[in-house]
Write a protein that binds this ligand. Structure first.
Ligand code: NDP
Length: 466
């Protein structure tokens, strides 16, 4: 067996899948896990691929198995365990070695860890990996942040294991330190918004239009064959068709309506706000999950106020057009956050390239991403997808449909927080004169905060202070 190109530490769901992907692509690797008893079972799973894997019992042996400069990928929780891992590993490494955190990390932690390792002449890579276990095993989309040295070391490995879109690997070096993890975070934020919008559409079809579940699944399948084609659309159609083996009822009807979240959606919202941005659709999705978790409160409120909802009079063509424009707006919001962070941290992120590496392997892969990358390549004004000429028709044609869907749902009492926030954002952004003049007057009245005038430079106060 040739020298391992990379060491994998952490053979849980994602680490094992990435390790097997590498071995499958003919890349020699070394692998280990904190709990060594997991390793024999992993090697058994590897089958014939075991010939490309040097399995060792502990971290020291893993590091010793790697040629220098070493590349050591950790797939463990990116929180406290990652810092404890770095405490252990730093003294064992030598100048020029690279440590890769392939978990879902807060990019601030990644920046701090990169700075910490740089003090030891070590490189730290924040590698965003999307696609879940299946993607990790057969081809994820990957967003790399780190040094040029680390990229030159890792590029051959990552390009081999990445998902391919028309033969092009869905991985790139996006910027330094936390850039990759930040892009992965926003990817997940967009994922939250897309899932929420699809769930709202399911509610409209099933409960608003009264379609039965197989018909809803057929509708999602039909949309998946058109411009709305995406992984999330495809799997939604699939899950709606499963029955619960214990009760025989549709699986979705026995699942408690309380959504979990691990934090990346929330991080996206927090970072957006810190950057002076907003991403209302992602906020709505995070809020939707938080409200869903308050099931006891919702049950009380349902008793107190009733949960009647009127039937909706909408056709599926209108709903499809609304969904299309909502998806454009959710991507537009996500890319705005990326642009703001890129400006703030001097990352020089390339939105067209990011859209390209999201076209396969990741959870938000969608046909529309090809058009989005093309729109950015053509030069979207101010770097804003909202203004890209390629999407002007989709937006102009889709907004009346979105307005009809949101208006009808709101009138009937059917909650559509993400769809409604898309419309509110669009309508706000197309007003050259908004309402913040009134907010500024209020602020000046109660706090002497001052305001700018349209017709003069400088700070001013209102006549209420004369
Ligand atoms: P698992 O729970 O399946 O595996 C966790 C791994 O981390 C195990 O190998 C475990 O070792 C190891 N580990 C846990 N705590 C420590 C510690 N203190 N020191 C050393 N090793 C430790 O998790 P996943 O594989 O799902 O997730 C791993 C990372 O990947 C996370 O950051 C997650 O956010 C990220 N991720 C997960 C995705 C998914 O779809 N699951 C998608 C993209 C990213 P042991 O066997 O000893 O417990």
């Amino acid at each position: 067996m040739s020298d391992p190109k990379i060491g994998i530490y952490g053979l849980g769901t994602m680490g094992a899948a990435l390790a097997l992907n590498m071995a499958d692509k003919g890349i020699a690797i070394a692998a280990s896990n904190r709990t060594a008893s997991v390793i024999p079972e992993f090697m058994e799973r590897a089958g014939d691929l075991a010939e490309n894997i040097t399995a060792v019992d502990d971290l020291k042996a893993l590091i010793d198995a790697l040629p220098k400069p070493r590349n050591l990928l950790a797939m463990i929780p990116s929180t406290g365990p990652m810092d404890a891992f770095l405490d252990d590993v730093i003294p064992m490494l030598e100048a020029g070695d690279t440590v890769i955190d392939a978990g879902n990390a807060d990019f601030h932690s990644t920046r701090a860890r990169a700075a910490r390792l740089a003090e030891h002449d070590l490189h730290f890579v924040g590698l965003g990996v999307s696609g879940g276990e299946e993607g990790a095993r057969h081809g994820p989309s990957m967003m790399m942040g780190g040094t040029d040295h680390s990229w030159s070391e890792l590029k051959p490995v990552l390009e081999k294991i990445a998902a391919k879109f028309d033969g092009a690997p869905c991985v790139d070096h996006l910027g330094p330190d936390g850039a990759g993890h930040f892009v992965k975070t926003v990817h997940n934020g967009i994922e939250y918004a897309d899932m929420q919008v699809i769930a709202e559409t399911y509610d409209i079809l099933r409960n608003g239009l009264g379609m039965d579940l197989p018909a809803v699944a057929d509708q999602f399948d039909a949309w998946n064959d058109g411009p709305l084609g995406s992984y999330l659309m495809e799997i939604t159609a699939k899950v709606l068709r499963y029955d619960d083996p214990e009760t025989g009822k549709p699986a979705v009807d026995v699942i408690r309506d309380s959504a979990g979240q691990k934090g990346t959606g929330r991080w996206t919202v927090i970072e957006a706000v810190k950057l002076g941005q907003s991403a209302t659709m992602i906020e709505a999705a995070v809020a939707g999950r938080a409200w869903s978790a308050e099931k006891p409160l919702r049950e009380l409120a349902a008793k107190a106020f009733g949960e009647d909802r009127g039937a909706l009079d909408l056709d599926v063509t209108t709903i499809e057009a609304a969904l299309r424009v909502a998806r454009v707006l959710e991507y537009a919001q996500g890319f705005r956050i990326l642009k703001a962070a890129s400006d703030e941290y001097d990352w020089n992120l390339d939105p067209a390239r990011i859209a390209e590496i999201w076209r396969a392997g990741c959870i938000i892969r969608a046909k529309m991403l090809d058009d989005i990358s093309a729109a950015f390549r053509d030069g979207a004004p101010e770097g804003q997808l909202l203004l890209a000429s390629a999407f002007r028709d989709t937006i102009q044609d889709g907004i009346p449909a979105l307005r009809q869907v949101v208006g009808t749902a709101v009138a009937a009492g059917l909650p559509v927080p993400a769809l409604a926030s898309a419309l509110a954002w669009y309508d706000t952004m197309r007003q050259s004169r908004g309402t913040a003049n009134v907010v500024q007057a209020q602020r000046d009245f109660f706090g002497r905060h001052g305001f700018e005038r349209l017709d003069a430079e400088g700070a001013h106060h209102g006549p209420w202070w004369d």
